[in-house]
Design a protein around this ligand. Structure first.
Ligand code: 1CP
Length: 387
């Protein structure tokens, strides 16, 4: 708990935070860990709140949203909290008619598909439009001992929901707009970049100590298309918050071929999904940019000894470098046993040792010889569990 009455700069408040140190590649002792989607349906205490309230009610009620954000911090002892909200919340706030449907995700009343639809994307004033979310940030900053991660959806991922009307497998309408009307495409992403940048800036102004830009579905694109149609807009988002003194994390799913480009968008850390072994990712991302990840989330549906073996492999591949933040390769699956995640945090804290700069070989986890060759690429049977 903070003992200061004025909100101090995040860096001062969290001087000893291993998470913030790792985001900067600064010296610290223990590998920090948090989980994407650490709040939510895997936790009985979350489901209990959702029995009483809709998703939107939780997000719009600062006390409830703060409570749901704190639940996984208490349960798991993670090194960072992540604001409970959604990537579409800023779009709801400017009146786009988005609902979060249980078991589905965000659904848009009237999808955006033509140049004429662009006018529906007005500017976002964070304090005016997202006051309830920012009040949650303020409550959390008072309450938390660990840094709070703010977040937003990147322009491409948001555009995919707006154009498709909801979750998609092929993104064919999104890509159709991209390839048939490039001018409208760039104008759409430019507007989204302004909205997203404003949302992140608002969260940082209220005390978020780091931000993550989720370009969850960018992996649907070939690198040349990502570079031409998406990167300039994500770059502009990250630039907008570049001078605000908090580390930025840039994440996408299935983004192995995009990692170098995503790193070049202007970020302190790139999030890596489970398909790319962390040491391979390291070779694709320039020095000076850290890595976050990347245990296969479905491994956590299995027995803990297997989770431990795979977590040790992630640590080994991270090599004890000071610029690694342990995470899953994507969000916690709802069927995950919270006990497994609690044990996983303990393991990372007990075994994830950071080497002193220029120090000896990784003291992390099992020696390479103990790891079965190709263990990281074992297919994990993937029971159909919704997001
Ligand atoms: O702990 C946390 O991370 C909770 C906060 C959080 C975050 C960071 C939620 C709550 N959503 C998100 C981001 C988010 N939302 C992303 C980026 C992260 C990712 O890739 O997983 C995306 C793509 C969404 C869109 C979304 N919202 C989906 C996915 C739909 C799809 O296309 O597959 C879903 C299911 C939602 C609803 C939602 N958001 C959050 C929760 C807990 C839920 C489920 C709601 C419920 O049933 O209670």
């Amino acid at each position: 708990m903070s003992d200061v009455s004025e909100p101090a700069a995040p860096s001062a408040r969290h001087a000893g935070s291993p998470f913030l140190a790792a985001c900067r590649g600064a010296p610290h002792d223990t590998v920090p860990v948090w989980f994407m989607r650490q709040a939510g349906r895997a936790l009985a205490e979350y489901r209990a709140i959702r029995e009483q309230h809709t998703f939107e009610e939780v997000v719009h009620t600062p006390e409830l949203a703060a409570e749901v954000t704190l639940q996984p911090v208490r349960r798991y002892g993670v090194d960072a909290a992540v604001l409970f909200s959604d990537i579409v919340t800023p779009l709801q706030a400017i009146g786009l008619g988005v609902t979060i449907q249980p078991g589905v995700g965000p659904v848009i009343d009237r999808p955006l598909r033509t140049a004429g639809d662009l006018d529906r994307l007005r500017r976002l004033d964070p304090e005016e439009d997202l006051g309830h979310v920012l009040d949650t940030v303020s409550l959390l900053v008072e309450e938390l001992d660990v840094p709070l991660i703010g977040f937003a959806g990147a322009p491409f991922t948001l555009a995919s929901y707006l154009i498709e009307g909801g979750p998609s497998r092929s993104y064919s309408r999104t890509k159709a707009l991209m390839f048939t009307d490039e001018l409208t495409w760039h104008r759409l992403l430019d507007r989204l970049a302004s909205i997203v940048g404003a949302s992140l800036s608002g969260q940082i102004a209220r005390g978020a100590a780091a931000v993550q830009l989720f370009d969850s579905w960018a992996g649907a694109l070939a690198p040349e298309d990502y570079e031409r149609f998406v990167l300039p807009h994500s770059q502009r988002v990250l630039e907008q918050v570049g001078d605000l003194g908090v580390p930025r994390i840039h994440f996408g799913v299935d983004s192995g071929e995009l990692l170098g480009l995503m790193a070049s968008a202007g970020t302190e850390v790139v999030g890596v999904d489970w398909r790319t072994p962390l040491d391979h990712a390291r070779a694709r991302v320039p020095e000076g940019v850290g890595l976050q990840g990347n245990l296969e989330p479905a491994v956590c549906l299995g027995p803990f000894p297997q989770v431990a073996e795979r977590a040790r492999d992630v640590l080994r591949r991270a090599g004890g470098r000071p610029d690694h933040v342990f995470n899953l390769g994507h969000g916690v699956l709802p069927a995950t046993d919270p006990g497994v995640l609690a044990e996983l945090v303990e393991l990372v804290h007990a075994e994830g040792r950071v080497n002193a700069p220029g120090g000896a070989q990784a003291a992390t986890a099992a020696p390479p010889a103990a790891v079965r060759p190709g263990a990281d690429r074992d297919p994990v049977t993937d029971p159909e569990v919704g997001p």
